[in-house]
Design a binder for this molecule. Structure first.
Ligand code: ATP
Ligand code: MG
Length: 315
């Protein structure tokens, strides 16, 4: 098994389908690393403010701001980054303004799809390169990116390869090259994929792993299976409940029915997780399902502790 230890990677893209728990994992992993005395920047790439909301700071700004001890947060506004880029390379301010606001610009962005994405990735690259002016050490030990859900985040990560074939020279080509180097350098960057303990999401997570590693040449560190039913009953209790379920006078007992459903669901989830563990090249880490509508800070802190004492210790 090839283990890409998370703690050795400075840039961690948390990827996965919509609603699997990416933002939750970004926040918890950030807290866990910060508690281990690492300087962490968590990065929001969406416009939904979910990450800022978890830290009680909305919206996150385009410049890193303090979210807690050892932890900073930033939002990447791709439109703004692209505007800045145009301003930088089209030196006459007024003309730059005109281009940004003209239809020509819109056509340019459409003609070079992915330009915004590569600019967002360039912004991450800039954070990765940032050094403390006094010590010259890297400013952030970890940059944890809450990736967009589209195509598991692959559409964002695929962009540099596509753009590289469109621009062979010039500033865009240079920047794309830096970004691509960062993404494909397994000593600097890794992916942490988040999925759910069901058949389809597990199939997709495996497919994602193969595409990321084989086609895009970007390393995975681990897959997190989130919202796994916890082991509520021990083996003897399971047997007792299954026996009760067969008794005629207990058939419609709602408590037994609920317990039986929990046991059956957990069993099935574990079958899917076992398959993932067997087929994946990387460690699989489980996070429990919390029976609540929306996770509170207390649960995020609990997940952070599980990540700190489990996932971050995986060798
Ligand atoms: N282990 C868990 N148990 C129970 N609820 C959870 C768990 N993890 C996340 N949730 C809840 O599920 C919802 C989705 O989580 P989250 O926002 O982290 O997912 P996401 O992948 O970032 O979603 P999106 O793709 O919409 O950005 C949230 O309401 C969150 O509180
Ligand atoms: Mg999210």
């Amino acid at each position: 098994m090839i283990v890409n230890h998370l703690f050795n990677r400075r840039v961690i893209f948390v990827v996965g389908k919509g609603g699997t728990g990416k933002t939750t994992v970004v926040a918890a992993l950030g807290l866990a690393a910060a508690k281990n005395d690492k300087k962490v920047l968590v990065v929001e790439t969406q416009e939904n403010d979910a990450l800022g909301m978890l830290f009680g700071q909305t919206p996150l700004r385009e410049k890193p701001s303090v979210l807690g001890p050892n932890i900073w947060g930033v939002r990447i506004n791709s439109k703004m980054v692209l505007d800045e880029y145009i301003k930088r390379y089209v030196t006459v301010g007024f003309v730059a303004y005109q281009i940004i606001h003209s239809r020509v610009f819109e056509h340019f962005a459409v003609a070079a799809p992915g330009l915004k994405e590569v600019m967002s990735l360039s912004e991450i690259w800039r954070f990765e390169q940032k050094r403390d002016p006094e010590t010259d050490a890297f400013l952030y030990d970890h940059i944890i990116v809450d990736s967009p859900a589209t195509g598991h985040g692959l559409s964002l990560l695929r962009v540099p390869s596509t753009l590289k074939s469109m621009f062979q020279t010039g500033p865009i080509a240079t920047q794309t090259g830096w970004v691509q180097d960062m993404l494909q350098d397994s000593s600097r960057t890794c992916l942490l994929s988040v999925t759910l303990p069901e058949e389809l999401p597990i199939n997709e997570a495996l497919e994602f792993e193969r595409t990321a590693e084989n086609d895009l040449n970007i390393r995975m560190a681990s897959t997190i299976v989130n919202m796994v039913y916890p082991k509520t009953f021990n083996t003897d209790e399971v047997k007792a409940i299954e026996k009760l379920d067969h008794l005629e006078n207990q058939k419609n007992n709602p408590l037994i029915e609920a317990a039986r459903r929990h046991i059956a669901r957990r069993k099935l989830q574990q079958v899917h997780i076992r398959r993932l563990t067997e087929e994946s090249e990387h460690p699989v880490f489980q996070l429990p399902f919390y029976d609540t509508n929306n996770l509170a800070w207390e649960q995020i802190a609990d997940i952070a502790e599980q990540i700190r004492t489990g996932l971050l210790k995986l060798k």
